[in-house]
Design a binder for this molecule. Sequence first.
Ligand code: GLN
Length: 451
Amino acid sequence: TQAHVEAVEAARTLNAFVLETPEKAIEMAKASDARIAAGTAGPLEGAPLGIKDLFCTQGVRATAASKILGEFKPNYESTVTSHLWRDGAVMLGKLNMDEFAMGSSNETSAFGPVVNPWKARGGNQSLTPGGSSGGSAAAVAADLCLGATATDTGGSIRQPAAFTGTVGIKPTYGRCSRWGVVAFASSLDQAGPIAKTVEDAAILLTSMSGHDAKDSTSLDEPVPDFASFVGKSIKGLRVGVPKEYRVDGMPAEIEKLWADGVEWLKAAGCEIVEVSLPHTKYALPAYYIVAPAEASSNLARYDGMRYGLRVPGANLTQTYEQTRAQGFGAEVKRRILIGTYVLSAGYYDAYYLKAQRVRRRIADDFDQAWRTCDVLLTPTAPSAAFALGERMADPVAMYLNDVFTVTTNLAGLPSISIPAGLDAQGLPLGLQLIGRALDEGTVFSVAGAIE
Ligand code: GLN
């Protein structure tokens, strides 16, 4: 823990942490030492972790990287972090992210962007670590922590993992409790870990998962020891390759990596099958209707009364307006406007209801695919890490980066990104595996074989 506390301090230029909690870390590590000495060590005893600033931890400032939460200090603990502490983990601090987890580059944060610890070979340009869990991914990649919590609404665990050469898994919707995690789009939001190896990710996910009566969408299902699947034989498994993920303009290097992945799994004894997910092309438009719709509703609670920031006006309405005008950043306002629009009378049927129907079709496509395969292999993102600033002027170009990840949030399925190679510039690229609902086990076995 001491070494990690020092590493965090020495790496402040990355801007990965928005709050360091060194005293708390040392205190927790001492308690870990005592439990180890007493022979009562938990499965994560003494493991120093970073916590995405979307998770509430009792008495520690939580901002969701927004000005609107101000100095908000929750007096409760998220279920996921309480599981990690129960198992002995140590908290190093809170990690930077896109504001309210809205973004793919960590550039919408009120604390400024996170810098990817990776640089292109021979280049000096600062790159994005991806988003929204950019702080989590950068901190793990730069060895500032052993693992980190993250959340994924449309790819925010997997895309930053791909951009930083780390492992990130979004479990089945409902595996991890959303209680105490600041809401973005509640029907899509899932917590999960970012870690250095598939096995670490499996160990962390086992701890983070489990039924919670405080989240009505939490699944009451047994949690297997996910690490026991890593290293298992995958002989005879059927791996599906969805042809619709071969999108126009995908860099040749990513096509090649995907083909390499297919060869590796063949060599490990898997049967490769081509599958079709015909509604894939509608996933991104459907996501960018459903997610803002839910966000506009969830963010109505920031009214200048209950949390953090208050910019007083002459009356209640003005206070509300000024607080929101000053508290939210541009991307969050864009989402609220889109969300309010698609939910408004007259447009609801044309946009929101249609998007919900598309969502059902996308889930049905996956159900069809599971008749002929056990797991799907795709790239995680259509590019490697891009330069900071490169896409901020064009929100649509930014949204397109989520093309391979949003589908599994819409369908609620588990999906992992594993580092699988480097591009010509020496930057990491990720492959994604998608599994059946509740079948993280198979996802971990195949991920272990690729790693
Ligand atoms: N990039 C996507 C968005 O901006 C996904 C974000 C996320 O998964 N939290 O909505």
